[in-house]
Design a protein around this ligand. Structure first.
Ligand code: LIP
Length: 301
């Protein structure tokens, strides 16, 4: 069956086959990740001591890129550990991969890390597979076909019983600290976190609470599942969000710019605000606008 979503013609690309291949790869990656013994203080730093890469990130990416190059030699590969700024993402069909999303968690054996395998066409995510091997949870989606947990459970988890979104004061939200710990973006995040948590009498949103999972992909999957209502982050990259993006949107969620006003998030924009599904989309736009109104400053990436 031909699948045409917006301006992306995907019928000739073999998305089902890609989906199956990515799931196989995700399980193989999971075995490497759970079999690893990363040293807490031996991990390599990229930008600073909060931005880590281990030999396992590199080994998993190598396994993924080699497998994909053999099976799909005509599609491009864009991975976190081999990213070269001289070769940015293009409109071509491209695998967009984070071998271990949540590397800090991985290094500390905090069981919230995953392999994130996306496929995008014209920079639109069309297949996504995210696997957390520590709790054996697989999230996956093909554009136009719905999103699933462990292949058979449709997302969001509550299905028909999902309650409408009803504002930030009833919301459990997820935010991330990121690895940039000074400057304008840091100030924007801290001031925004403060306002989100503060009582309404003091100008805040008094969200129910805030979580930080340490993995953009797992944050997006949690919004897809409906176990968090909203997720906001600035500073992560296309490989952190590509797979989770399809999973979230196929589960009825939306993803918009992390700065106020732009309803069309860009895959490479590095600023994202994601909201879970809501029956008939009730309250979805309202909660985004409410969140935007509490951002103190702007994210600049
Ligand atoms: C991580 C993101 C996380 C963000 C971290 C980091 P990594 O990716 O998923 O949401 O806050 O700064 O970018 O480095 O673990 O692949």
């Amino acid at each position: 069956m031909a699948t045409k979503s917006n301006d992306v013609e995907t019928s000739a690309l073999g998305l089902d086959d890609i989906h199956e291949t990515l799931i196989e790869i995700a399980y193989k990656a999971g075995d490497i990740i759970t079999g690893a013994l990363p040293a807490t203080n031996g991990a390599g730093s990229k930008k600073n001591s909060a931005d880590l890469v281990t030999e396992y990130d590199r080994a998993v990416e190598k396994m993924i890129s080699t497998t994909l190059a053999e099976k799909y030699p005509h599609y491009k590969f864009h991975g976190e550990e081999t990213y070269d700024p001289a070769h940015p993402l293009t409109d071509d069909p491209t695998f967009i991969v984070d071998p271990i999303d949540g590397t800090v968690n991985f290094v500390h054996s905090f069981p919230c890390a995953c392999v994130s395998l996306g496929f995008a066409v014209k920079r639109i995510p069309v297949v996504g597979v995210v696997f957390n091997p520590f709790n054996q949870t697989l999230y996956s989606a093909v554009r136009g076909r719905g999103a699933f947990m462990n292949r058979t459970t449709r997302l969001p988890l509550k299905g028909e019983s999902l309650e409408p979104l009803s504002g930030l004061s009833n919301a459990l939200i997820s935010v991330e600290w990121g690895s940039e710990r000074c400057g304008k973006n840091w100030d924007t995040k801290l001031r925004t976190f403060a306002r989100l948590g503060q009582t309404k009498d003091n100008g805040g949103a008094m969200v129910r609470s805030m979580r930080s999972m340490g993995s953009a992909a797992l944050n997006l999957c949690a919004a897809a599942a409906g176990t968090i209502d909203l997720y906001w982050e600035g500073g992560c990259w296309e490989w952190d969000v590509c797979a989770g993006w399809v999973i979230l949107t196929e589960a009825g969620g939306i993803i918009v710019d992390g700065n106020p006003g732009n309803w069309q998030a860009s895959l490479e924009g590095r600023r994202y605000l994601a909201a879970r599904a809501s029956p008939q989309a009730i309250g979805q736009k309202d909660i985004v606008e409410e969140f935007w109104s509490h951002i103190e400053g702007r994210l600049e990436y």
